[in-house]
Structures are given as structure tokens and as C-alpha cells.
Ligand binder design. Structure first.
Ligand SMILES: *Cc1c(COP(=O)(O)O)cnc(C)c1O
Length: 379
């Protein structure tokens, strides 16, 4: 089945009781049993809920994964993956990383004995050097947030395999429509469902997909034991959002391309980070592993100061200044003071995340209005 058909149908059947086309919101905490242990596969709603089951099956299908588990947030999903590790285990990760991921690694799990190494994953030699026989997990994020760097998933998966480490890809920025890490040999794919998948800025949720029943069992054990599960209302909203994922993504990509090109030609813009440009360091890898280049763009102004960036952000009218991304509405953000404020400044600058960097999540509004808004704001 092709992507758009899976988006609309996978995991979903008309409701057996009424024939309802949409999977109902099973707002229940528990399920009746005929005799102890005699039930229809549902015992207690932390463990199973039919609305969640439908969504998990749908998302697994979109990622070409055999198994899927949903969590109450992207960070809940990340937390579950980390909880499958043991003290002393080593994790190699991209240095250009979602701020919250960096925070849970260094502020929470380092205290529990996990050891993290951060490397520039565009440079495969640095990845090789960071790997050791104790490496249990390699954490890939691509495109990266907010520098839009591209990591060669197949190449890093092969390096990880050579030391027996598993790989996980945070696929939030690409969405399952643009990139499928499981097809490239990754052991797990994770999402902040909050972003493109839900797509309407009204839900916070996370997802982990895998193919190995042993991995799924571990993730499922943590899901049920720690209990960071999404409620049925949120699962319903995401199922509804996914039905237009492919249509939305194509418009995000169309608009993203036009905005990126407009900014690149603007005299007051110094640099635009977008993997669709031929002069992007890993453009060829992006072309190989992504269907299109997406609607996320970062740029720096010629006047490379925080004040200049703030002025542009305050002047925008169609783009809203806000955290998050991937919704139908265009958003703009200042990573250094917002999403990435928890990363030390020197480390930020090393990754190219300067004080004046602006990140755009290009929405699906009419492109003329978006360009006009940028024109007025940049001046
Ligand atoms: C937002 C985000 C997360 C965290 O997800 P939440 O749903 O906010 O908990 C993780 N990774 C990336 C790349 C993100 O953008």
C-alpha cells in the first residue's frame, strides 16, 4: 500500500459495534472481564486502549515498522528508549540536537550512569572514533534542529553495527512522509508526534517504532511500567491529523522551497540553512535518503546580532513567534533563547548556532502572504 492510502486506512476498521468510520474515542480506564483473565485483549487503559492501538498500528505502517508504541510526549518516548539501557552503557549522539534531548541525556540520565558522547555526525570519522565496545546506542537526528545538518543514516547504522550498537533515528523533522529510517537499517525510529504528524499544534505526543520483537517488548514494558501514555482524545486527534499528512507535507515542501530561495537572495540575509540547496554540505545524502527537503529553514542575518534577529521576529505578522514546529500555521523562533537555551553558549556556537539564528517552520498558508510577511519584517 502507498503512503497516502496507509495514512488514511492503516490500523483502522469501521467500528465493529456501530460501523462508525472513525475509530471512536474509547474514554474508559478499564474493561469488563467475563471471568478472571477472560477478556477481549483489553484489561486496563494504561496497558491498552483501542484508540491508541489504532494509532500505534497506523504510525508503525507509515514508518514501515512492525511495531509501534505511543507516549504522552516526544520526551516520554525518548525517556522510554533510555530506560532500556543499563548503567555504564555508552551512547553516541549528534552534537547538533534538539535541546530537550540534550537536557534529558545530560541532566537526568548521566546521573543514572549512562555515558554520552556528542559528535558532529556529518563527519563519519568522528563517529567512528567515538564508538567503543561499550557503545549500546547511537542516537541520530536528521535533519538536525536547528542547523538542518544531514546525517547519512545508512553509513552511521553500518558503523554502529560494527560495534554491536543499536541505532535510533529521531525522525521528527522529516516526518514519515519524507524519510523512513527503518528502511535504512535503523533499529528504532522515534517521533515527536506533536510536530508534523499531528500537524495542527493541538496535541503533545511521542512515538517509538521498531522491527525486533525483543526491542518492542522492552519499549512496551517501559510504556506500561512507567506509564507515560497518551489519552484516547489525543490519539483520536492525531489519527485525524494523519489523514492529511501527505497532502500537508507536499505543501510544506513547496512553500519551504520558495521561502528558502527568497531568503537566499535577500541582501540582508547572510546564510540560509536548508538541505535542498546544492551547496548544502550533505545535499547529496539528503537527496538519497529524503523524498523532498521539508519546510524547516534556519537563517542568519548580515547584521549578526541578537537585537537584529529580535527585530525581525517582532515584526513578523503571519509567522507567529512561538516554540514548536510542523503545524499548518507558520512559526518563527529564536533557538538560542528558546528551544536551545539549555545548551551552553560555547557548545552552541561550535555547532554554528549563533545568537542571531532564526528558525522558520514554514506552514501551508498561501506562499505570497508568507513572502510578503518576510519582506516586511526583514526590511
Ligand atoms: C519537539 C521535539 C522533541 C520533543 O518532543 P515533545 O513532543 O515536545 O516532547 C524531540 N525531538 C525533536 C527533533 C523535536 O522537535
Amino acid at each position: 500500500m502507498k503512503f497516502g492510502t496507509k495514512a488514511i486506512h492503516a490500523g483502522q476498521e469501521p467500528d465493529p459495534t456501530t460501523g462508525a468510520i472513525m475509530t471512536p474515542i474509547y474514554q474508559t480506564s478499564t474493561y469488563a472481564q467475563a471471568s478472571p483473565g477472560q477478556h477481549k485483549g483489553y484489561e486496563y487503559a494504561r496497558t491498552q486502549n483501542p484508540t491508541r492501538t489504532a494509532l500505534e498500528a497506523n504510525l508503525a505502517a507509515l514508518e514501515n515498522a512492525q511495531f509501534g508504541r505511543c507516549f504522552s510526549s516526544g520526551m516520554g518516548a525518548t525517556d522510554a528508549i533510555l530506560k532500556t539501557l543499563e548503567p555504564g552503557d555508552e551512547i553516541v549522539s549528534t552534537n547538533d540536537l534538539y535541546g530537550g534531548t540534550y537536557r534529558i541525556f545530560t541532566k537526568i540520565y548521566e546521573r543514572y550512569g549512562l555515558k554520552f558522547t556528542f559528535v558532529n555526525m556529518q563527519d563519519l570519522e568522528s563517529v567512528k572514533k567515538a564508538l567503543s565496545p561499550k557503545t549500546r546506542l547511537v542516537w541520530i537526528e536528521t535533519p538536525t534542529n536547528p542547523m538542518m545538518s544531514i546525517v547519512d543514516i545508512r553509513a552511521v547504522v553500518n558503523l554502529a553495527k560494527s560495534v554491536g550498537a543499536k541505532t535510533v533515528v529521531d525522525n521528527t523533522f522529516a516526518s514519515p512522509y519524507l524519510q523512513n529510517p527503518m528502511d535504512m537499517g535503523a533499529d528504532m525510529v522515534m517521533h515527536s508526534v506533536t510536530k508534523y504528524i499531528a500537524g495542527h499544534s493541538d496535541v503533545v505526543m511521542g512515538f517509538v517504532g521498531s522491527n525486533d520483537p525483543k526491542i518492542d517488548e522492552l519499549i512496551g514494558f517501559v510504556q506500561n511500567s512507567s506509564g507515560a501514555i497518551p489519552g484516547p482524545q489525543d490519539c483520536f486527534l492525531v489519527l485525524r491529523g494523519i489523514k492529511t499528512l501527505h497532502v500537508r507535507m507536499d505543501r510544506h515542501c513547496d512553500n519551504g522551497e520558495q521561502v528558502a530561495k527568497y531568503l537566499k537572495n535577500h541582501p540582508k540575509v547572510k546564510h540560509v540553512y536548508w538541505p535542498g540547496f546544492e551547496d548544502h554540505a550533505n545535499h547529496e545524502v539528503a537527496k538519497k535518503q529524503m523524498k523532498r527537503f521539508g519546510g524547516m529553514i534556519s537563517f542568519v542575518l548580515a547584521d549578526d546580532s541578537q537585537a537584529a534577529a529580535f527585530k525581525v521576529l517582532e515584526n513578523l505578522k503571519v509567522f507567529t513567534l512561538a516554540e514548536s514546529l510542523g503545524g499548518v500555521e507558520s512559526l518563527a523562533g529564536h533557538p538560542a533563547s528558546m528551544t536551545h537555551a539549555s545548551i551552553p553558549r560555547e557548545q552552541r556556537l561550535e555547532a554554528g548556532l549563533t545568537d542571531s539564528l532564526i528558525r522558520l517552520s514554514v506552514g501551508i498558508e498561501d506562499i505570497e502572504d508568507l513572502i510578503e510577511d518576510l519582506k516586511n519584517a526583514i526590511g
